[in-house]
Design a protein. Structure first.
Length: 437
């Protein structure tokens, strides 16, 4: 048994009685109230999901296992010669809640290397898809195609399902998926945009470093990858990709079906695709100005034109956050400390938008949060390093998001979380409750 599985088994054993006690002895305690606006308005803020992997405070932003983003980066063991931690160590922390030792990290690094075998049929499938398929459609298709590899599904079909131990199969599937996602993502990138020339993995590298290598990117893109994947991993349970993955897994669907479904949700423009939209919007705007950085007045006008035409300003606003997203700040800090990036015209424009858009959105008066989210900043870093194919950005988000959602569904199985089944009502019923009928 791996050290990770052993540690997780201890944590799960300690946690189970807490859930059982709450459910059995305090199940009738009222925890939230629901208004008609919440029922109509996308269940916004209704407290109806449990996760201990991350928590999103509207003012403070995300904490992974109780740690802010700077605390997370500071606590985790770093890759030698790099400023950012091993993603493998972050996976350990998401799953167990503890910061791993270097030995524990190294075990995950080796484990993922052993598991990193993309089946040939995945490459064949990706090649068979029309080359103008959206990279998210290709990524999702590759994941669901591998469902036949699921250990959970095999054992379930063989009648070996056991409520107490099925999390081990989920963990196996999750580890197997994590091990191959970077190669699949990089393969999609290389066949679509880099002359159909995939780069074979380098088994000497860590997971983040290997991704940079397979993308064909020199240093410091390896650190960009590590930072990006950690920042995009988890944002508690209610966002579309996390919730979808959890919902599908609640039907005892395996990790492959569940993750693929979550990735499909991430592909929407109000969610992960926003980082593509930010770059599209910003580039179109710069193109219109002949490549020069605009004046404040030109920028304000462009923002108002966008709002007045009924469109959203991509990268701004959030369903939960009510301040600048610390994932935005973290990436901005990376730009500020990286020579070249700091003075890069596109970064200058993104900075100007940061100085201008919150004011415009506040005057516009609709968005509850006028501040930037993670997507307002991530594309410019990719662009600077030559990854200019912005339709690919959501795949990067998806590789990172897999860390969070797979850690969550492993715990879902361990704690035996129930099949999700909210109740729907009719408009008539709402009108009666409102006293209109
Ligand atoms: N530009 C213009 N209008 C905006 C806006 C923005 N950036 N953000 C919110 N609004 C509008 C909404 O469209 C809504 O208008 P209507 O009342 O006419 O429907 C109103 O303000 C109230 O919305 P809200 O309560 O503040 O925001 P929601 O919780 O409904 O939606 C969104 C949150 C992130 C989807 C929203 O802010 C948005 O569309 N932002 C732009 C797209 C974006 O950046 N998405 C990425 C979010 C981060 C993420 O999940 N990444 O994966």
């Amino acid at each position: 048994m791996s050290k990770l599985q052993e540690k997780l088994a201890q944590k799960i054993d300690a946690h189970r009685p807490r859930i059982t006690k709450l459910n059995k002895e305090f199940g009738n305690v009222k925890f939230d109230e629901v208004t008609i606006s919440q029922v109509i308005g996308g269940m916004r803020d209704i407290k109806s999901l449990v996760t201990d992997i991350s928590y999103l405070d509207p003012q403070e932003g995300i904490r992974f296992r109780g740690k802010t983003i700077p605390e997370t980066f500071a606590a985790l063991p770093k890759v030698p010669g790099s400023d950012y931690p091993y993603v493998e160590g972050f996976w350990w922390m998401l799953l167990t809640g503890d910061v791993p030792t270097m030995d524990e990290v190294k075990e995950v690094v080796e484990d993922w290397k052993q598991r990193a075998r993309v089946p040939q049929y995945v490459f064949d499938l990706l090649r068979a898809m029309p080359r103008d398929s959206h990279p998210m459609a290709m990524f999702s298709a590759a994941i669901v195609a591998m469902q036949r590899e699921s250990i959970f599904a095999k054992n379930y079909a063989a009648g070996k399902f056991n409520k107490m131990t099925c999390w081990i199969d989920m963990l196996e599937d999750s580890n197997n998926l994590m091990a191959v996602l970077p190669e699949i993502g990089a393969y999609i990138y290389r066949i679509k945009y880099k002359g159909d020339a995939p780069i074979a993995p380098d088994k000497n590298l860590d997971w983040g470093g290997n991704f940079a290598h397979m993308m064909g990117q020199p240093k410091p893109y390896d650190d960009v990858a590590r930072m990006y994947f950690i920042l995009h991993s988890d944002h508690e349970s209610g966002n579309v990709s996390a919730h979808t993955t959890h919902l599908v897994a609640s039907a005892l669907s395996d990790a492959y079906y569940s993750l693929s479904a979550g990735i499909n949700g991430l592909a929407g423009p109000l969610h992960g695709l926003a980082n593509e939209e930010v770059l599209r919007w910003t580039q179109n705007f710069m193109d219109k100005l002949g490549g020069k950085v605009p004046t404040k007045e030109e920028l304000e006008k462009a923002l108002w034109d966008t709002l007045n035409s009924g469109q959203v300003i991509p990268g701004y606003g959030h369903a939960v956050l009510r301040k600048t997203d610390p994932r935005y700040t973290s990436q901005r800090e990376f730009c500020m400390k990286t020579p070249g990036l700091k003075d890069y015209p596109l970064f200058k424009l993104v900075s100007m938008i940061f100085e201008t858009a919150p004011d415009v959105l506040t005057k516009h008066g609709k968005a509850k949060n006028p501040w930037p989210n993670v997507d307002a900043q991530s594309g410019v870093i990719q662009w600077y390093y030559g990854v200019t194919q912005y339709e690919f950005y959501t795949v990067l988000f998806g590789i990172g998001r897999a860390l969070g959602v797979l850690a969550n569904i492993t715990w879902d199985r361990a704690l035996g979380y129930a099949l999700e089944r909210p109740k729907s009502v009719t408009t008539d019923m709402l009108e009666k409750a409102a006293g209109l009928k």
